[in-house]
Structure formats: structure tokens, C-alpha cells
Design a protein around this ligand. Structure first.
Ligand code: DX5
Ligand code: ZN
Length: 218
């Protein structure tokens, strides 16, 4: 699988519906929601209400990226708002038991579960959780803002993660988030990623279909 997840953070919210229709018609299947609490990251974005209102119309897969200090308390709210995948941050939790508990909680709602690591967190920290996860989100910029440059060290992390996945015959999606564009998309996929989050590059592109093709290749 190779797909784009469009990050709505880069959209003009007054024209969001138009944006989503264009993305849908251009072949985008995943919508990426960057939820920020002003605490885990400096920025504040939006919460479950925004997700549930957007969700009335479209048929895209709702990929929720929680950049928040206390993900446990918000799982149910995002499930009720129609999240299909809920991803939380390894760095937000104090110990492994807490991480296991949240993975289980998300799965009790029949929702897919992802775990994310920031650029400075090494992949081996999350090896022990991989057999329980549906998705791993590797941040290729420091979380908090769209429009930053892709961190080159990310390729190696993707390769290590993909190596582990193949060695143990696991099935989780490898998602990469931050600074994705036409110059790095194909190399990110070649490293082993399946799902590329893209915000500013796609939002700015005049021709979305062509822009998607330029990121993913044929
Ligand atoms: C950063 C977010 C990203 C970001 C991607 O904290 O998690 O999803 O919005 O945007 P671009 O593609 O502009 O880096
Ligand atoms: Zn994100």
C-alpha cells in the first residue's frame, strides 16, 4: 500500500469542504487530523467536535494524530466523533503499562490504534508494542506545526522499523509525518513507509492529482 493522508491543518478552514472534495476527487483516501493541546506541543489546533462536524459528509478514512499529554481521557470522544485510527505519542506516557492500557482501550472500541515517536526518539523504544499496533507514525519534523523541513535521519528509522516488521511478519502500517513533498516522497516509500502525511505541499499545489503523483510516483 502507498497512500497519502492529507493533513487538514494546512487548510483554510473557511473553505474546508471544498478542499476535502478536491482531495477526495484527486484520490486521497485518508484525512489526517492533528490534534494539539498547547501542552504536549506549543500549538493548539482542534478537538473532537471539529472531527465530528467534518465527518457528516465525506467517506475518507479518519486518521487522528493526538499530540496531547493525556490521550487516555480523549479516546472515547474521538471514537464517537468517527475516528477510524487513533494514534497517540510514546513520549506522552510515563511507562509501558500506560501505553499498553491505551492500546487496549482503543481496540475495545474496534478502532485502529497507532503509536507515534518524535524525531529524537529511537525506534527500538517501541519494539515491544509493535505486535499490538495497527500503525506506527514516525514524525519527520518536531510535532507542533505544519510547513517544516523533513529531517533526513528519518529514512534510517523507517528502514529499521520496516526491517523489524518483515523479520517478525507483522502487518502494521508505517506512516511518516512532516515535510513530505515531491522531493522526498518516493525515497520515504522506498525506505518502507506505506502512508505519507502531507499538509502544506498539497494545500499549496494548484493541481492536486499531479502533486499526489509527484509524491507517490506511479
Ligand atoms: C506536525 C503535524 C503534521 C503536519 C504536516 O505536528 O503532525 O501532520 O501538519 O504538515 P506538513 O506536510 O506541512 O509538514
Ligand atoms: Zn500529524
Amino acid at each position: 500500500m502507498k497512500e497519502i493522508a492529507y493533513s487538514i491543518l494546512s487548510s483554510d478552514f473557511s473553505k474546508l469542504e471544498d478542499d476535502l472534495n478536491i482531495m477526495l476527487n484527486s484520490g486521497v483516501k485518508y484525512l489526517h487530523y492533528d490534534v494539539m493541546d498547547g501542552h504536549f506541543v506549543n500549538n493548539i489546533s482542534f478537538g473532537p467536535h471539529v472531527l465530528s462536524t467534518i465527518n457528516k459528509e465525506h467517506k475518507l478514512i479518519n486518521d487522528v494524530h493526538l499530540m496531547i499529554t493525556n490521550p487516555r481521557d480523549y479516546v472515547e470522544k474521538f471514537v464517537l466523533a468517527n475516528a477510524d485510527i487513533i494514534t497517540f505519542h510514546y513520549e506522552a506516557l510515563k511507562n509501558d503499562d500506560d501505553i499498553d492500557e491505551i492500546i487496549n482501550l482503543i481496540h475495545t472500541y474496534n478502532c485502529k490504534c497507532g503509536l507515534s515517536i518524535k524525531p529524537k526518539t529511537s525506534v527500538d523504544k517501541i519494539f515491544k508494542f509493535l505486535n499490538k499496533l495497527d500503525l506506527v507514525l514516525i514524525m519527520s519534523v518536531e510535532p507542533g506545526f505544519g510547513g517544516q523541513s523533513f529531517i533526513e535521519e528519518t529514512y534510517k528509522k523507517i528502514e529499521v522499523l520496516d526491517g523489524f516488521k518483515k523479520k517478525y511478519g507483522l502487518n502494521f502500517i508505517i506512516e511518516v509525518d512532516g515535510g513530505v513533498n515531491n522531493t522526498n516522497g518516493k525515497k520515504i516509500l522506498k525506505s518502507g513507509a506505506n502512508l505519507l502525511v502531507c499538509g502544506s505541499y498539497l494545500a499549496k499545489a494548484d493541481h492536486k492529482k499531479e502533486a499526489i503523483l509527484s509524491i507517490l510516483g506511479d
